[in-house]
Design a protein around this ligand. Structure first.
Ligand code: 3AM
Length: 180
């Protein structure tokens, strides 16, 4: 199983993000059901290791928190590929949750992930995008700001790589503690 830990979003949020799609020729827009925020990519794991990981994630004791999605950014992936994403407003609770997940996964035997956590929701993947269209998209949507979203759980997803798009399946959901 190819696994990652992330946040999923209510349908209204997916629709709101999906409505940003358009205006960049050749972009492969992520479908609303696949929109997510990756907290930690894990990778290929045999089933018994997935069970250990599930166990490790089940008792982090972290609280629910509010999250605001805002700002547009890009990552270059190699010379030609690029991803286009919506970021998040600075959020210590999200960073704490991510750090706890990282520690739990290392305890469960996963090698450390040393990359800096840059929380984002990928909107599209692009190959050699026309720079002017990309700039126009970023400028046109830079003021995007979601309402505060109450994050009450996180998810262990499996990912099946597909030719056009991957399919993400929630394998387990871990509630966060009630706020306050
Ligand atoms: O959340 P996003 O879309 O940025 O690119 C993959 C996706 O990121 C990333 O994990 C998320 C869920 O599939 N991903 C895929 N392979 C990866 C790898 N080998 C990876 N991240 C790090 N290392």
């Amino acid at each position: 199983m190819r696994l990652f830990v992330g946040l999923d979003f209510p349908w209204e949020t997916r629709q709101m993000l999906a409505s940003l799609a358009g205006g960049v020729p050749g972009a492969r827009w992520v479908s609303p059901e696949n929109l997510h925020l990756t907290l930690r990519f894990i990778g290929e794991m045999p089933l018994h290791r997935a069970e250990e990981i599930d166990h490790a994630l089940a008792s982090l004791g972290q609280p629910s928190f509010l999250l605001v999605l805002t700002g547009i950014g890009t990552f270059a992936k190699g010379a030609h590929e690029m991803s286009l994403w919506v970021g998040v407003e600075r959020n210590p609770a999200l960073e704490k949750l991510q750090a706890k997940i990282e520690t739990a996964l290392q305890r469960a035997g996963c090698p450390p992930d040393r990359r800096r956590f840059t929380p984002h929701v990928t909107l599209a993947r692009l190959r050699d995008p026309a720079p002017a269209k990309l700039v126009a998209f970023v400028q046109g949507h830079n003021l995007f700001r979601s309402p505060p979203l109450m994050i009450e759980h996180f998810v262990l997803f499996s990912s099946q790589l597909g030719k056009e798009a991957s399919v993400y399946t929630p394998e387990a959901t871990y509630p966060l503690l009630a706020a306050g």
